[in-house]
Every structure is written in C-alpha cells, then in structure tokens.
Design a binder for this molecule. Structure first.
Ligand SMILES: [Zn+2]
Length: 324
C-alpha cells in the first residue's frame, strides 16, 4: 500500500462522547463515528468502548483493522505520552494511571499513540488547518475548560515531564478567581465558556439590569447573543472576556513569539466581532513586534481538530518512529 493510501484512526476521548475519524495521511476525514463515552462505568469499560468504536468505524468504512496503519488517541491530561498513560482525568471517574496505549494495542493489534487533547487539536490545525503555513503556533481551546497546545518548529512542545502547554492554568490575576485545578487566578477561571457563564451569573445575582436576568440555564452563547442584541451588561461581560484572553495571549506572545494563535472550541460561536476585539486588545497590550507578526484566528477544523490531530500524530509516529 503506498503512502497516500494509508489510513489512520483518530480518537477524541471526551468525558461525554467518544469521537472517531478515519483519516487519510494528508488529514482528510473519510468517515466519522461518535458514541457516548459512558465514563461513569469506569476506565476498563471506556477502553473496551474505544476499541469497539475503532472496529465499528472500520466496518462502516468497509475496511479491515489491518488496513489501519496506526491509531491516535487524544485524551484529557495530565498524561505520560511516551508511555501512553492517562495519569489523571478529573471528568472521568477512576481515571488514574490508565495505560491507554497498552490496552488499545492489545485489543486492536495496531500501533497506538496517545496525546494530550489540546495539543492534538493544535497539531491537527498545524498539519492541515489554520496553521498549515506556519511553523510556530499556539492553540487555545475555549470550551468547558481552557486547553492549550504549542507547536514549535513543527513539533508538539510537551515540556520536560509532559506538563507543558497547560496554557489555561497560566495565572493572569494574583489572588483571583479559583480555578478547577485549585490555583487562583488561572486564565481558565476567566475565559473558558464555563467561566463566562459563572461570571455572568455572579454579577446577575447582584441585581444588575439585563435581558439575561432571572434566567437559570444561561449558556456562553446566550451571553454573546445578548451582547449582540444590545444588552449593555452582556456586552461588558464579552468585553471583559476579550480583555482576559488578550492578557493571556499577550503573555504567550512574549514567551514564545509565535506566528499564529488559533482559537477554537465552543467560543467560536462568538464570531468575528469578538475575535476582532481580542485582536485589538492584544495589539494594544503586547510588544508591537510580537503582536504585528502574529495572526490570531479561529480554527479551520473546528470539532474535527482533535480526531485529525490524533490521527496525524499517529501518522507521524508510524512514519518517523518518533513522537510528533
Ligand atoms: Zn487552573
């Protein structure tokens, strides 16, 4: 089988859903599959579901497991990517020191690569999405949490013990809001979708006037929609969110001087007006040379970034014998 015909499977392991893609060597998603993770049944059950989902995906695509050159799994961290171990996954009960690579290799008899989910999303964008023309880029996944990925010189940056690129847990305010990780003042505690909703609800509880007042089931999108519809309170939340993100991005530009910062996740629904606000604030706060040479943009792959990045990390490993 020639290189261009090789097929890879990317798995995006989330607390709620397993998303899979059959992916070509150049990053095209040929077939998708999604199924509930059923995390409450514990790691062994989830690993079995992951293996079965790979078999189901192959069956649906009319190919055999032997036609898959390698499988990549993007998992929530912290991880030991060299050993393919999830050290801890706060949103999945029982996930401590789970040997994902060995379990999947045993079940599927294929080469397996395990990557941090945000790093994998960044790698997907780098290989065949928004960042395909650059060598140094950062991705921020703005969703339930705030994940980070760093690509330097075309390779994923993981740090000395795989604990690098935790960009959501860079501190932007001393003694600030408490983050889910236990630290106070993390970027995630201000600029994730969850944080936008929390900040909105806290201020609403003080009795401010807003079209959102009295509603209990507010989503991040509701806040952006209300701002777009002229709600002054929602507009202040949106502007503050842009400011928080801009502070975080400015620090990242000053550390890494990347060519591109890609933003992805649920907050993409906020649209270009919000993106332009973030760009403007970064331009105002960062060193001119760092800001003017860096493009800040939304992701191209969107929800596919994790499966594409995981599959292409597996492709890179299979091709070079080294981590991507
Ligand atoms: Zn944190």
């Amino acid at each position: 089988m020639s290189t261009h015909e090789k097929r890879y499977v990317g798995i995006d392991l989330g607390g709620t859903n397993l998303k899979l893609g059959l992916v070509s060597a150049d990053g095209k998603v040929l077939r998708r599959l999604s199924s509930p993770t059923q995390a409450k049944h514990g790691p062994a059950h989830v690993l079995e579901r992951m293996a079965q989902a790979v078999r189901d995906l192959c069956k649906a695509a009319g190919i055999g497991l032997e036609d898959v050159a390698a499988v990549g799994a993007a998992a929530p961290g912290p991880l030991d990517t060299k050993e393919g171990v999830v050290l801890f996954a706060p949103n999945m009960p029982g996930w401590r020191n789970i040997h994902v690579r060995d379990a999947l290799a045993k079940a599927l008899d294929r080469p397996i690569v395990v990557e941090n989910d945000a790093n994998a999303a960044g790698y997907g964008e780098f290989r065949c999405g928004a960042g395909r023309t650059v060598r140094d880029m950062i991705i921020l996944t703005l969703g339930t949490g705030l994940g980070g990925g760093i690509i330097i010189g075309g390779r994923m940056f993981r740090g000395h013990t795989d604990t690098g690129a935790e960009l959501g847990h860079t501190v932007i305010k001393y003694g600030g809001r408490r983050c889910g990780c236990g630290i106070t003042g993390c970027l995630e505690a201000y600029a994730s979708c969850t944080a936008v909703v929390a900040r909105t609800q806290e201020e609403l509880a003080t009795g401010v006037a807003s079209s959102l007042a009295g509603r209990e089931d507010i989503t991040c999108k509701d806040v952006f929609d209300a701002a777009a519809a002229g709600d002054a309170f929602a507009d202040h939340i949106v502007k503050d969110t842009a400011d928080y993100l801009a502070i975080g991005i400015t620090s990242l530009l000053h550390v890494l001087n990347p060519e591109m910062v890609v933003l992805t996740g649920g907050m993409m629904g906020a649209g270009d007006k919000f993106l332009n606000l973030v760009r403007q604030r970064v331009k105002e706060t960062a060193f001119e040379r760092a800001a003017s040479s860096c493009e800040i943009r939304w992701s191209e792959l969107g929800g596919d970034a994790g499966i594409v990045g995981a599959a292409l990390a597996a492709e890179a490993f299979e091709r070079t014998g080294q981590q991507a």
